[in-house]
Design a protein around this ligand. Structure first.
Ligand code: SF4
Length: 79
């Protein structure tokens, strides 16, 4: 997995993307739109995770719903 697929600097939240999701520019745009706290940044090669925003995640799962099943996983690093 690339750095974008598994960002490691957050305290509470980690987001994992499948390789298919991580390399899909169209889905990247969608993810950038749906996430209320701007965790996804659309690039020409696919979604990037904005690590500095990760802990703002409100667990709304809009990104999980926007992606193909199993494509995005939100991992809580606490509790
Ligand atoms: S669960 Fe919601 S807040 Fe968290 S990354 Fe996905 S869209 Fe953004």
């Amino acid at each position: 997995m690339s750095d974008a697929a598994s960002a490691g600097d957050s305290i509470f939240i980690e987001i994992e993307m499948s390789d298919a999701v991580a390399s899909d520019p169209e889905l990247a745009t969608k993810l950038q739109e749906v996430c209320p706290v701007s965790i996804f940044k659309a690039t020409d090669s696919g979604p990037e995770i904005v690590v500095s925003q990760l802990d703002e995640c409100v667990l709304c799962e809009l990104c999980v719903e926007a992606a193909p099943q199993g494509g995005i996983e939100i991992i809580k690093k606490y509790g």
